[in-house]
Write a protein that binds this ligand. Structure first.
Ligand SMILES: Cc1cc2nc3c(=O)[nH]c(=O)nc-3n(C[C@H](O)[C@H](O)[C@H](O)COP(=O)(O)OP(=O)(O)OC[C@H]3O[C@@H](n4cnc5c(N)ncnc54)[C@H](O)[C@@H]3O)c2cc1C
Length: 474
């Protein structure tokens, strides 16, 4: 099956997915419809419940599921959002439920036009894992690491595996496969494995702002006294590089608090210093919330946040029968909360490409479809992160065409906090439910190009706007 004539010209006998996290599980669910057998190989042992695990160190940090991801997951695993609600994942409406600062302005808390799930990452991954692994066509091999590919520069024929914790580096076991999908995350070693087969590794595009996260679990003690809000969000920008997010997770009153800074001034994990770092934010509201809250964990750090895109879709001497998806293909600055949603959109793209009867599902065609599923997310990150001070990487360079786009985006950001129409369009793009082109819809374009920047609150709005107030102020 896995040759350049088409991945599905013959039915795939055996598809192997490397990595049993969000992207790998969703890819396996799609492949189960096309292959006779699907095996998911995972370095960690699969936990029974919603537990943090070593292979997903980012799992201790805030993970929001955007609306684009929710819609994609519902198509792949109908009823999943209800299952997450039943498991206790909170939902937060934007802008109504949030106190949000961006670019020197506070968002008006008009009626919400977008909702995100804010339950912990282990809860979301567990909901997905439970559903996907209930399919008897999918087998798992846990506690086992992929250490290379088998085959040659023309065709991949399997994966080389080693049981975790053993040292048999020289004699790994071969698991034969007609199709291998790399979903091993940001740290994927597939480029090296391809080079070992004599194939061309992909070019990598990188934009690194040096953003660092520190996150700690708290129980809310403010009882709504700081603000009548479900969460707080301070968005960094080139002039003010500190960020904060406070969001509820499952469990009575529990909230995750993430503070962020750039490489010159990273948030500390020492508990007292963590809270002191919040005083660098442009307003004391997060410090006020923290001073009334009870810490329930120590702080954890995360420092690898570069946007990296591996161009497996470009021409090159690469074997058929090998695909990459999820963070292994394209990974983002986490501040935009996109990775799990893109993993779900990529699984949908895989499903559509394999089901397309008009075009043969060649390796390259399917790989292009997988990358295309991440384009909006990449444009958002690249557009914003290129302007951050000290950003490094081979994709940071501004092209002439970037200048008008970046000028327009700055105006959108200035209008979004005070103008509900512009705000809704901006949120739809950031939530991956609309393409970037939605920012140029006639009503948005008129407001952004010809309207004066509307008034936005100068102090954090502590309550939601009533509908009548919102109309008066439009
Ligand atoms: C700090 C932080 C915050 C984030 N916040 C958000 C957010 O708010 N919203 C959002 O949608 N996304 C967020 N993300 C991104 C999100 O975590 C990922 O995009 C998402 O988990 C999809 O990743 P994945 O499945 O491709 O890879 P991962 O989740 O990284 O999983 C890779 C899997 O592969 C396994 N593996 C690795 N190597 C091997 C090997 N050789 N053999 C076998 N198994 C292997 C690992 O054990 C792991 O299970 C955040 C990321 C970070 C770093």
């Amino acid at each position: 099956m896995a040759d350049q004539r088409g991945l599905t010209t013959d039915r795939a006998r055996h598809a192997v997915v490397i990595g049993g996290s969000v992207a790998g599980l969703l890819a396996a669910a799609v492949l189960a419809e096309h292959a006779e057998r699907v095996t998911v190989v995972e370095r960690d042992r699969f936990p029974e419940g919603p537990e943090a695990r070593a292979g997903v160190p980012q799992g201790r940090h805030i993970h929001v599921l955007l609306e684009g991801g929710q819609k994609a997951l519902e198509q792949l695993l109908p009823g999943l959002c209800d299952e997450m609600r039943a498991a206790g994942s909170p939902e937060v409406g934007m802008p109504g439920d949030m106190v949000q600062w961006q670019g020197g302005r506070w968002y008006r808390r008009t009626e919400s036009t977008a909702v995100v799930f804010t339950g912990t990452r282990p809860l979301m991954e567990h909901a997905i894992r439970r559903r996907v692994l209930a399919d008897s066509r999918i087998r798992t091999v846990g506690g086992t690491e992929a250490v290379g590919l088998a085959g040659d520069a023309r065709r991949v024929r399997g994966v080389l595996l080693r049981e975790r914790g053993t040292t048999h580096r020289n004699n790994p076991e071969l698991l034969e496969a007609d199709l291998v999908v790399d979903a091993s995350g940001r740290g994927s070693r597939a480029p090296r494995w391809l080079a070992e087969l004599g194939a061309e590794p992909p070019q990598e595009e990188t934009i690194d702002t040096g953003l660092a996260y520190a996150t700690r679990l708290y129980r809310d003690g403010s009882r709504g006294k700081v603000a009548d809000a479900l969460g707080y969000y301070v968005v960094p920008n080139p002039a003010q590089t500190y960020g904060a997010v406070v969001l509820p997770v499952e469990g009575d009153g529990l909230h995750l608090v993430t503070l962020s800074g750039l490489r010159a001034d990273q948030p500390p994990t020492d508990n007292e210093a963590f809270e002191a770092f919040a005083r660098k934010l442009p307003h004391p509201i997060v410090t006020e919330w923290l001073s009334a809250a009870e810490p329930r964990s120590s702080a954890s750090a995360y420092r690898r946040t570069a946007n990296v895109r591996r161009r497996y879709d470009r021409p090159g001497a690469r074997p058929s029968g090998f695909l990459a998806t999820g963070d292994a293909l394209c990974t983002f600055n986490p501040i935009y909360g996109q990775g799990m949603s893109v993993a779900a959109l990529s699984a949908l793209a895989l499903r559509d490409a394999l089901a397309d009867r008009r075009h043969p599902a060649t390796t390259r065609r399917v790989q292009k479809a997988l990358l295309a599923a991440s384009n909006t997310a990449w444009d958002i990150c690249a557009g914003a992160d290129k302007s951050m001070p000290g950003a490094t990487g081979n994709a940071v360079r501004f092209r002439a065409a970037d200048r008008p786009a970046s000028w327009y985006l700055r105006r959108v950001q200035a209008h979004a906090p005070g103008n509900p129409v512009v705000g809704a369009a901006f949120r739809a793009v950031l939530g991956l439910t609309a393409p970037v082109g939605a920012l140029f819809a006639p009503r948005v374009l008129r407001a952004v190009l010809f309207g004066s920047v509307p008034a936005a609150p100068t102090e954090p709005p502590l309550g939601r706007e009533r509908a009548a107030d919102a109309e008066d102020a439009c």
